[in-house]
Write a protein that binds this ligand. Structure first.
Ligand code: BGC
Ligand code: ZN
Length: 374
């Protein structure tokens, strides 16, 4: 079968003929329908460490996929031939409490592998094999749109985590003041991750504003607006790298948001935009700085470690009566949270044999580029 891979030496993007793997009793054989191209794939072609599976001189890439089950192993019970499925990406270390509890996204040891990214072949191939426990059954009506599920899951996780943090610290007071948890959000970067995160927020009635460098008549802007988000072209508010937040705030109306999600990875931009985050707001970083792997010191290194290791940073000042009261026992121990518009996110679909063109589509022309494997 054909597969899109990056071959060593020289990080050559190529179409290979590889063997169709046989399935074990707990595995399923999936006929690939579509795979998405992600910035991580582009980074693997340039500067990320390329880690093929042990003994291999190439890595089949692709971690965003949807397919149809073609064959099931003898012990498979949750999925059947013909089912539409989306595979997850990360395989845990099997040792740490988080991986053991099914939260390999929070792996403590760093000894995880990721399909199509790190140590395991990915899904850009005519078929793939996976354990039934690593595939998610998809309602048939979703069809190939399900290729967006993986990047959506990344944005959704970030939103859920930030909600948990905010509920834990502001819940009671926010409820008393009659505030919805995220009434407005600023999303930095109008790529698929930014737009899918906006999609999630908009469905929870959060006002979403997407900022990006691209023109207001560009593809990102039109998808953002179709989803119901406001789009602002950051370049209209910048002189060099300096962002005029005052003007942005005046033109954008009451822009102060209680959630900022960065998908750009550009610290100079979002650190300035953080001025538009309301008091007690939360800032979530999802983007990695450009070329991050080669900068082992300074802000790039700091941000990469925050993002790649799910770390939390929180600003804090002063303490109130509640904290005084809660502190007492420590001193005196008593006893001890659209179909057309969603489809618009997929700006290009190309047959897999045109994989090179797919990788050549520039950032201003694309949101999600998809390879068709049927
Ligand atoms: C993928 C994640 C993965 C991350 C880091 C992203 O592009 O969507 O699943 O964990 O890259 O490798
Ligand atoms: Zn990705």
């Amino acid at each position: 079968m054909k597969a899109v891979a990056i071959r060593q030496p020289g990080r050559e993007l190529c179409l290979l003929d590889i063997d169709l793997p046989e399935i074990k009793p707990d595995e399923v054989l999936v006929k690939t329908i579509a795979t998405g191209v992600c910035s991580t794939d582009r980074e693997l072609l340039t500067y990320l460490d390329l880690v093929p599976p042990p003994g291999a001189s190439f890595l089949v890439i692709g971690h965003e996929a949807v397919g149809r089950v073609a064959q099931v192993g003898a012990a498979v019970s949750q999925v059947a031939t013909g089912d539409l499925v989306v595979p997850t990406v990360r395989r845990g270390c099997r040792r740490c409490p988080f991986c053991k509890a099914g939260r390999s996204d929070l792996c403590r040891t760093g000894r995880y592998t990721e399909r199509g990214i790190l140590g395991l072949h990915g899904f850009m191939s005519e078929f793939f094999v996976e354990k039934e426990t690593n595939v998610v059954k998809i309602p048939p009506e979703l069809g190939e749109l399900a290729v967006l599920l993986e990047p959506l899951s990344v944005g959704l996780k970030a939103i859920i985590e930030s909600l948990k943090v905010q509920e834990a610290r502001l819940g009671r007071a926010a409820a008393a003041a009659g505030h919805a948890m995220f009434s407005s959000a600023l999303i930095v970067g109008g790529g698929s991750l930014g737009l899918l995160s906006s999609l999630v927020l908009l469905q929870h009635s959060t006002q979403a504003t997407v900022v990006d460098l691209d023109e207001t008549n560009g593809v990102k802007a039109s998808v953002a607006r179709a989803l119901g988000a406001r789009y602002i072209r950051l370049d209209d508010y910048r002189r060099g790298i300096e962002v005029d937040c005052g003007r942005l705030r005046r033109d954008g109306g009451a822009m102060d948001c209680d959630l900022l999600i960065d998908t750009s990875g550009d610290p100079a931009t979002y650190s300035q935009l953080s001025e538009l985050v309301a008091p007690n707001g939360i800032i979530v970083l999802l983007g990695l700085p450009d070329g991050h792997k080669h900068r082992r010191v300074g802000i790039h290194h700091f941000i990469t470690s925050l993002v790649m290791q799910n770390k939390v940073i929180l600003g804090s000042v002063n303490a109130s009566r509640e904290h005084f009261e809660r502190g007492i026992p420590y001193l005196a121990p008593p006893r001890r949270k659209f179909e057309d518009t969603v489809g618009a996110l997929i700006t290009h679909t190309l047959p897999f044999a045109r994989y090179r063109e797919a990788f050549d589509i520039g950032p201003r022309d694309r949101v999600k580029v998809v390879l068709d494997w049927r």
